[in-house]
Write a protein that binds this ligand. Structure first.
Ligand SMILES: [Zn+2]
Length: 337
């Protein structure tokens, strides 16, 4: 097989077509302090200034060696743009939503949220990166999932209680956030993102039962996935084994999952339908382990049938770069171990 470009290898892996080896693209967030220090960049600037956002995303490809470019490194853009106050974060702490000003029985969002707060910076950064890397390098971007966004708006506790005692209002809220997701996903795709990641930490089986997932979450995901033309990969953290069968008919290009889910189980249930992405432990192995640990876990994931090698969630800010380089070398078969 002729040498595939990074983009072709990633896309073929998502389509479950044959490839020469697993790709290791920029897939989850990577607010890496060591990489910022090497490039004289810093947080929170990389989250707020377009040029710094672009330089940092390119550094993860050019210096660290990830096989693609990914923006951005935090998940608060949409909630911030529709009116949630933000905590700007620090060198090793991503921006996050500071409080939850929306009331469940009175949800009003600005129609022009795509032009508010940091979203124009984000869309412009995607356009700039795309122009700079050309067509052989995959550009990945993420947009926040509906449950997490709803929780950012009204608070996780109000949201979770609402699932049982304010069902109608929760469904109306989810309908609104689903619309936000669709607009955001399409805007990112139009800006140049080749592949989108749709993370939704609140949809994990550690928080939501499979019955609730089927009733409240699945319809939102299906609508979002039907409405966006490029490949979209779902990312749900934690143990999602109970909902694997529900993910099968969702229409996602792939599922990116946590180390708590066995690759073999996911392969048995989803393997014929969607690409499997993950699931190297971000804490135990990548943050606290050494290169041998990383190599061993990557090889095990590859042998169990992972299609795209990736961390189980966003990289922790203090992850040693040499551990990430070991992941890349293991994917390439050049680790020498
Ligand atoms: Zn995650």
């Amino acid at each position: 097989m002729k040498e595939l470009s990074y983009k072709e290898r990633f896309l073929r892996s998502l389509r479950l077509e044959s490839v020469d080896r697993v790709p290791m693209p920029a897939f989850c967030t990577h607010p890496l302090v060591e990489l910022m220090e090497q490039t004289a960049l810093s947080a929170p600037d990389i989250h707020y200034k377009r040029d710094d956002m672009v330089k940092f995303a390119l550094a993860a490809y050019e210096i660290l060696g990830l096989e693609g470019v990914r923006l951005p490194t935090d998940g608060a853009f949409e909630a911030e743009a529709i009116g949630c106050p933000i905590d700007i974060g620090a060198m090793d702490r991503n921006p996050s939503i500071a409080n939850h000003p929306f009331k469940l029985d009175d949800i009003r969002i600005p129609n022009d949220f795509l032009s508010k707060e940091r979203i124009p910076i984000y869309l412009e950064a995607v356009k700039t990166v795309k122009r700079q890397v050309g067509d052989d390098i995959p550009v990945t971007a993420h947009f926040q999932g509906p449950l997490t966004m709803a929780s950012q708006m009204i608070g996780a506790e109000t949201f979770l209680f609402g699932l049982t005692d304010k069902e109608k209002e929760i469904k109306a809220l989810l309908d609104i956030v689903t619309g936000i997701c669709i607009k955001m996903g399409n805007a990112l795709n139009e800006a140049g993102a080749d592949i989108l990641q749709l993370p939704d930490g609140m949809a994990t089986s550690e928080i939501i039962s499979p019955q609730m997932f089927e009733e409240f979450v699945q319809p939102c995901f299906q609508k979002i996935l039907r409405s966006i033309p490029c490949p979209v990969v779902l990312h749900i953290c934690g143990n999602t084994t109970p909902i694997l069968p529900l993910l099968k008919e969702m229409g996602a290009a792939g599922f990116s999952f946590d180390v708590k889910v066995s690759v073999s189980d996911a392969k048995k249930i989803l393997g014929a339908k969607m690409s499997l992405i993950g699931n190297i432990s971000t804490q135990e192995t990548l943050l606290h382990g050494n290169k041998d640990d990383v190599h061993r876990e990557c090889l095990a994931a590859i042998r169990s049938g992972i299609n795209v090698l990736a961390p189980s969630c966003g990289f922790a800010p203090h992850t040693p770069l040499e551990n990430i380089k070991e992941m890349i070398n293991t994917a390439k078969g050049t680790s020498g171990r």
